[in-house]
Each structure stands twice: as structure tokens, then as C-alpha cells.
Design a binder for this molecule. Structure first.
Ligand code: HEM
Length: 438
């Protein structure tokens, strides 16, 4: 075990037996036991990593690490696996390089840009709507989890590449992204298939440079972004890493959010009624305008509550660089820090009836009363999710379009067992039938 005898402060309590915290079932199962036994910050030694880690479930401490002193914490364990998939995209990079990339990419996720991209999102939802109409007519059982997964993949691809998704399919000879919905294991095979996309992306970048087509999508934003400090554009390798990052970071997270939001809406009739009333009063005619989507405040509350109960990123990490202090506890350099939105969102001291689905927690009054950092589905501070606004608008658009047309019935006794890997998935897809509303 590392020698911490030089420390003047104390270390938090924790189990004597070594344990390696990971995005896996064993970690998911043991966290509640630790929190019960040791309190809101737990020290655990990993013999695999030969270092100590703290599980931090206290809003003030989370605030300290993510907002007050983020420069002392770099990305922690787990991110090395993400790096294999994404190269040095902004989800894994750190320091000056991360700052530069974030600065260049940020405007693509602003209001003006997202408003323009809504047309692409609308088209994907229109395709789904047409397909669901047929499924509603035939009353067949559908796999909601698979459907939302497919939709979210289409959405993220269309906002990144717009009509040039077709270029990529043509160039590849078949759908090069199919494995992302067909194979959700993210094992080495998938890493290899994913890395093979690099050549395709390079071809598209070259083609765009040569033909200069008019496009409004993330690729266009990323290709034309100029760093204010260096006055340089991104190099192709950096550009491609950021494309990969946006696909992976924006696909399954959004899919899981839609999956659970639908499930919760369909099993809470009074919430569904209120959502329908809101859509009816805000959207006079389809398709809704961007401004109308932003007015779907109750839908946003529903989605926020789904993200509270089932945050797709249920565990993430940092590693301390220099000594620091968390309340009364010492943080030696090289300490791994783990945050779990899933357990923070169910903390009995911060959430009343935490297991219950109640979108009113997020109405304007209750929202103001909540302590900061007890709700962190998108993390917090400078490394907060860059796609948070987009993810919410994407959901508002989806429900604004689909909910007035379809009622969803969950097939009885769905197994809602969770699969806590990199993202918090359901083990088996949720099966539903659709009927058209009168
Ligand atoms: C409901 C959907 C989403 C959830 C719950 C979510 C959650 C998160 C979380 C928790 C982080 C922080 C991870 C960390 O600090 O270690 C993050 C970062 C990030 N997310 Fe999201 N995300 C969502 C959607 C999206 C979308 C749609 C995109 C892109 C289109 C996206 C792109 C990113 C990127 C690039 C980062 C890294 C930001 C940085 O480090 O500067 N996310 N996300």
C-alpha cells in the first residue's frame, strides 16, 4: 500500500480489503454498502493499480474537485480504454491541448448552431414516425431500447455529417456504422471496426476540401474552426478524433435517455397527460419551431427526472496531480477519485422519496432550492458535457413529435435489470407495443 505517513491530515474511512473500482457490476453492487458503512467519502485501495481511490458522494467535495480546483485533477481510471476508441478527443485529453480543442468546438454546441441542426434531427424523427405508424397498425411488439438506439445513432450521424452520411455509406459499400447498434459489447473487435472508420472520415474530409459543398453540420464547424490563440485550424488527426468522440459520447447516452423517458412516461399516466397538454398548447402545427421546442419545459422536467434515476454515465473518475484537501481529508497526489451520479441522485439526505419518479422535482421552484452538485448527469465545471443542451433539445423534439401520435404500452413484466458498464444500460431491451392516439 502507498505510504501516506507524511500526511498531516487524515484519510477517509474505507474497507480493509483491496477493491478495484471500475464501471462494472461488482462496483455498482458494492457502492451502497460502502456508503452505508463509511459515509459520503470512502477510501479504497486497488492492488491492481497499486493506488488509493476515494469514492466521493458529497456535493461540496464534488464542487471542490470539478469546479473549484479542476486544474489539480486529470481524467482518471477507465479513460485509458476510452482512449483506445477515441484517440485524443476532448473527452479524454487534458491540459492545454484539451483547452484549445474545447475552445474550438464549443460554438458548434451553442444555441444558434443547434437551432440550425434541428432540421436534421427532425428528419430522423420523421423517418421513425413513418416506421412506427406501420408498427402501430400491425400491433407488433417492438424493442424500444433498440429503436431509441437506432434513432440516436442516426441523429448524431446526421448532425455531424448531414447528407454526407450517404457519401460514407456509398464509399464503404454498406452501412459502416451498423455495428454500433448491432454489437453493443464495445470489445476489442468493435474498437478495431471503429478505428477502421478513420479512412472513411479522411476521404470525406478530402472530398469536402476539394468540392467545397455548402453544409451546416458539426464536421463543417470543426473543419472551419480557427483557434483564437494560435490562429491554426485542427489537423486532420485531431479533427477525426473529435468526430469519433462526438459519435461515441452522443449516441448511447442520448439513446438511454429516450429509452427511460419513454418507459417512465408510459407507466405514469398523469405525467403523460401533463406532457401531452403542454405539447398541445405549445406546438400548434408540426414540425415545431426551435423556439417552440425550448418552451416544452415539462418535457424537459420529465427527461431531467429520467436522467436523475438512470444517468447514462453512472460512474466517472479523476486522478489528483498534487496534494489537495477535501474537507478534513487529505488527498495525496495520484489519488483516484470516483463520482457516481447514480448514487448521488438517490442520496436520501438530498432527495425525498428518491426512488420515485417525480418530474416536479425539476420545476422552477424546486430547481432553485436544490443544493448544487447533487444533480450531475452531465458532470459539472469546465469539463461539463459539451452536448448537454443538444441532448435536451433532441429529447424535446422527439417527444414533441412522437408523443401526440403514439401511446406506448410496456409489455408486461419487463426485466429492467441494469447493466452498469461504461454506460448504464438495460440488460434486455424494453418491449412495447404502440397504438395511435385518437
Ligand atoms: C443525455 C445525454 C448525455 C449525457 C448523460 C452525457 C454525459 C456526460 C458526462 C457525465 C460527461 C463528463 C465526463 C467526465 O467529465 O469525465 C460528458 C462529457 C462530454 N460529452 Fe456528454 N452526455 C450526453 C450527451 C452528449 C452529446 C449528445 C454529445 C455530443 C454530441 C456529448 C459530448 C460530450 C463530450 C465531447 C464530452 C467531453 C467534454 C470535455 O471533457 O470537455 N455528450 N458527457
Amino acid at each position: 500500500m502507498p505510504d501516506n505517513s507524511h500526511s498531516n491530515h487524515s484519510l477517509p474511512p474505507g474497507p480493509d480489503t483491496p477493491f478495484t473500482v471500475n464501471t462494472d457490476q461488482a462496483t455498482f453492487d458494492i457502492i451502497p454498502e460502502w456508503l452505508d458503512t463509511y459515509g459520503h467519502v470512502v477510501k479504497v485501495y486497488s492492488d491492481v493499480r497499486d493506488r488509493i481511490g476515494y469514492l466521493v458522494n458529497d456535493p461540496d467535495m464534488i464542487r471542490h474537485i470539478l469546479i473549484k480546483n479542476p486544474a489539480n485533477y486529470q481524467k482518471g481510471p477507465g479513460f485509458e480504454r476510452v482512449k483506445m476508441l477515441l484517440g485524443n478527443g476532448i473527452i479524454v485529453s487534458d491540459g492545454a491541448f484539451w483547452r484549445r480543442q474545447r475552445r474550438m468546438i464549443q460554438p458548434a454546441f451553442g444555441k444558434r448552431s443547434i437551432a440550425k441542426l434541428c432540421e436534421q434531427v427532425q428528419q430522423c424523427n420523421q423517418d421513425l414516425l413513418n416506421s412506427w405508424r406501420l408498427k402501430a397498425e400491425s400491433n407488433e411488439v417492438i424493442d424500444l431500447t433498440y429503436e431509441t438506439n437506432k434513432l440516436s445513432l442516426q441523429v448524431i450521424l446526421r448532425v455531424i455529417f448531414s447528407e454526407d452520411v450517404d457519401f460514407l455509406v456509398k464509399q464503404h459499400g454498406s452501412d459502416p456504422f451498423e455495428f454500433l447498434t448491432a454489437d453493443t459489447t464495445r470489445d476489442l473487435q468493435v474498437v478495431l471496426k471503429f478505428r477502421a472508420l478513420i479512412k472513411l472520415f479522411q476521404d470525406l474530409i478530402d472530398w469536402r476540401r476539394e468540392h467545397q459543398p455548402e453544409r451546416h453540420d458539426f464536421l463543417d464547424f470543426f473543419m472551419s474552426a480557427i483557434d483564437k490563440e494560435s490562429e491554426l485550424k485542427m489537423q486532420d488527426k485531431e479533427l477525426i478524433d473529435e468526430l469519433m468522440t462526438a459519435i461515441i459520447a452522443g449516441h448511447e447516452t442520448s439513446a438511454i435517455t429516450l429509452n427511460w423517458s419513454w418507459y417512465l412516461l408510459s407507466t405514469h399516466a398523469e405525467v403523460e397527460d401533463q406532457a401531452l397538454t403542454e405539447i398541445d398548447s405549445v406546438i400548434a402545427q408540426q414540425p415545431a419551431s426551435f423556439e417552440q421546442l425550448l418552451q416544452l419545459k415539462y418535457i424537459k422536467q420529465v427527461v431531467s427526472e429520467a436522467l436523475r434515476l438512470y444517468p447514462p454515465v453512472w460512474l466517472f473518475s479523476r486522478t489528483s496531480i498534487k496534494h489537495d484537501q477535501l474537507g478534513q481529508y487529505d488527498v495525496p497526489p495520484g489519488t483516484d477519485i470516483f463520482f457516481s451520479p447514480y448514487y448521488m441522485h438517490r442520496h436520501p439526505e438530498h432527495w425525498e422519496n428518491a426512488e420515485e419518479f417525480d418530474p416536479d422535482r425539476f420545476n422552477a421552484v424546486n430547481d432553485k432550492q436544490r443544493a448544487n452538485q447533487v444533480y450531475i448527469p452531465f458532470s459539472s465545471g469546465p469539463r461539463r458535457c459539451i452536448g448537454d443542451f443538444f441532448a435536451i433539445v433532441e429529447s424535446q423534439l422527439h417527444f414533441g413529435m412522437m408523443l401526440p401520435e403514439f401511446q406506448m404500452q410496456v409489455v408486461e413484466n419487463p426485466s429492467l435489470e441494469l447493466e452498469p458498464f461504461i454506460n448504464l444500460r438495460v440488460k434486455e431491451g424494453i418491449k412495447v407495443t404502440l397504438s395511435k392516439r385518437q
